[in-house]
Every structure is written in C-alpha cells, then in structure tokens.
Design a protein around this ligand. Sequence first.
Ligand code: ACO
Length: 373
Amino acid sequence: MTLPKGLAGVPADTTSISDIDGERGELRYRGYSIADLVSHCSFLDVACLVLDGELPTPDSRREFERSLAQPRALPPAAADVLSRLPRETHPMTALQVVLPLLDDASAKSAPRLENRAAQREGLLAIAAKLPTTVAALARLRAGRTPLAPDPSLPIHADFLRMLRGEAPHPAEVATLDATQILQMEHGFNASTFTGRTVASTLCPLSMALSACVGALYGPLHGGADEAAYRMALSIGDPAKAPAWVDEQLAAKEKIMGLGHREYKVVDPRAVILKPMALELARLKGQEKVVETLIAVDEHAEKRFAEQGKRIRANVEFYKGAVFAALGIPPEFFTTLFAMARVFGWGAHMLELWDDHKLYRPAAVYTGAGPRTV
Ligand code: ACO
C-alpha cells in the first residue's frame, strides 16, 4: 500500500474558514481574496471575519475591539514565569511555556462544546495578551522592564509601543497590520492541524494554542521567517546570491523561505509582501537585505525551473525584512506570526467544536509480525 508522505493531498476534515487554490496562487478568507482584504480592511475587521465568518458591523466591531483591548494585561503568574526564564530562552519556547497561563481558571473549566460564546471570549482574551507577552519577553531579554498595555491604543500600535518604548509612526502600524492580515489563516497547515488535533481531545484552548506554537517554531513552517532573514544577512550582498544558491543546491540543502506544499505557481502572500518589504527597507536604508533576498529568489527560480520544479518564495521569505525594518529582533519574528495566526487557530478550534469528533487517524502497520519473547 502506497501512502502519500506527509499527508500530502489527503483531505482530513472540512473547513469554511479559508481556501487555497495552489494552481492559481490564490488564498481566500471566508471567500474574500487576501489582496482585497489587505487593500480595504483593517486588521480587526479581518480577525473578526476569520473568527466569526463575516466582516463586522459597526456595533460588532466595537464589541470586538473591546474584547481585544480590556484583557491585555498579563496574569501575575504569567508575568512571573516570563521574568524567571533564562534570558537566552528562545522567544518561541517562552511563548509555548507561558501560553497555558494566559487564560483564567474559569476559561479553563468552561465546557468546550456547550458554551461557544465563553470559548470565543476566552480566545480573544488570550489573543489580546499575546502582544503584551511578546513585548515583555523582548524587553526582559534586553534587560529592560516590561511596559504595561494601554487599552486605548489599537492592538499593534500598543504592541510596538510596549516593544520599543515609544509611539510608532502610523505608517509602521499600517505595515504591521497588513503583514499580520497576510499570515492570519492558512487552512490545514502544520500548526493549525496540530491545534485541531489537540483541541479535538477537548483540552483547554490555551493548551491547544500552546501546541500550535510548538509546531509553528519549526524551520519548515513558521521558523523559516527568521532563517530566511539570517540567510540574507549572511550572504550579505545581492551579487553574491547566485553563487550561494548554486552551492546550496549542489549540497542538496534547502533554501529557507522558498517552496510550498500547496502553492505550485506563486504564494500570493509573498507577492504582496515583496514590494512592501522593498519600500520599507528603502525608507530605513536597509535595502541590501531585500535586494539579496530578491536575487536569491530569482536565481533559485531559474535553477529550479532547469530541474523541472516550480519553487518560489513563500510568505516567510520577505516577511523578516519587513519585521526587521520595524525594529523587531530576528528571534522574535515567529512570535509575531503566532500573534496573527492565533485568530486562525482559534477559528479552527471553534469550528471543530461546533461539529465535534476526536481526531484519531488509522496507521498502516509495517513492523514485525506476531512473535514471542
Ligand atoms: N530549497 C531547495 N529545495 C527545495 C525547497 C527549498 N526551499 N523546497 C522544496 N525543495 C525541493 C526538495 O529538495 C525536493 O526535491 P527532490 O524531489 O529532488 O528531493 C522537492 O523540492 C520537493 O520538496 P519537499 O520538501 O518534499 O516538498 P514539500 O511539499 O514537503 O515542501 C516545504 C514544502 C516543506 C515548505 C519545502 O518547500 C521547504 O522545506 N521549504 C523551505 C522551508 C520553508 O520555507 N518553510 C515555510 C513554508 S510556508 C509556512 O509554513 C508558513
């Protein structure tokens, strides 16, 4: 019996949250293309769409905004754990450790299946705390005291303020909003599938979200953002990119940020991110990194085409350059991915609980036949 490795192409469940057309290079959240959403909607509108299924009305937007503003402060136990972690702990490890402490006891004990509204509220309370957690981690790592959240500010303006200690420029907030919209949701990717599996056991949302963070950390998934950016830094110059790509491919090494299981033509998120990264990097005088990334992408595409492969930049490839231009340290890139994807993860968990069944696939046994000791 031949099985598709890595579950490639195997339908695991139904979903109405997002749809990927890999042959056409399209991604839609609840039917809307991401290009349409990035051009016309705010981050909050898209988060509401992903979670609740429709773009908000003015009233529901206010309610959503409140749910993401009030609960931003960290519970004392979470703040205490963060302050005690060794300073060299990778931020994704810290996030996975602290996530189960971000909800309160009542959210943990609320029934998973009978009270959707309480679970949704619990999810928003956790999503509201992730930017506070990430900013606190960054400051602790730099030997500084974490700043308290300001619920009067939009979520990403507050995040950049807590991270950097000063109010960001509105254009920086707009860029972060757009980038976070692009990485909010993506079908049954590894972290979301992990989260659905864990949530299917009816464990608390916060513990399923913590499992998602573990899956996202891997360099074949979310961790590729940090790896691609560090790769560009180490190549150092666009002129050196072609030789570097040739060496990498000759050694059969993967180039981080290129390739995708679903997209066979182009990753539409990378198409939007590339000009954003270039524009922002030019403004900040950091264009060499983006030009190096472009040179890697273009040369690798040629080499892959010679081998009959269609491998292009994915969402991870240019994203790190955007984050670096916003002053975010590379080891924090993937935590920002989690800050956005939490809405997708949560939407999937609520969707699964609406029509619940434990995930428990079959294994094809290939080991030794029955024997005795
Ligand atoms: N660099 C070099 N070769 C590659 C790359 C790459 N980035 N991606 C795929 N290939 C090659 C493989 O070596 C393989 O070649 P072979 O058939 O000659 O052995 C072939 O293309 C197929 O690759 P697989 O890894 O088997 O294909 P899969 O569908 O599993 O790939 C994946 C998807 C894991 C994303 C892969 O492209 C990869 O490892 N990319 C680098 C990591 C990365 O950027 N991950 C982020 C993905 S986006 C996200 O998770 C948000």
